[in-house]
Design a protein. Structure first.
Length: 102
């Protein structure tokens, strides 16, 4: 859902993009073709953003298959980071639920 919203924003605003929008797209786009288009349209900003999102280098090189694999790995790492972040909070909620009867 979020991927689709980012894609829609990119498609609707790419011709008149503000620098903040471009940075957002370079951080959040998840479609190889759109990422390649975005880095080609904004090579200087893409170069700067590679420290934040290294897989942009694959977009700059125009490697959609490799980029697709890297995006899958990036998503996997983000999901794991979310799981680690939420685990203690979920455990605390469970403890509270069991220790406070309704």
């Amino acid at each position: 859902m979020i991927t689709r919203l980012v894609q829609e924003d990119y498609m609707a605003n790419r011709a008149k993009a503000e620098p903040a929008q471009v940075r957002f797209w370079l951080r959040e786009l998840r479609t190889p073709e759109m990422m390649i288009e975005a880095v080609n349209a904004h090579p200087e900003m893409a170069s700067q953003m590679m420290t934040v999102r290294p897989l942009l280098a694959l977009a700059v090189q125009g490697l959609p298959a490799e980029l697709e694999c890297a995006l899958g790995e990036e998503e996997k790492l983000e999901r794991e980071a979310d799981r680690v972040y939420w685990k203690p909070l979920k455990e605390e909620l469970e403890r509270l639920r069991h220790h406070h009867p309704k």
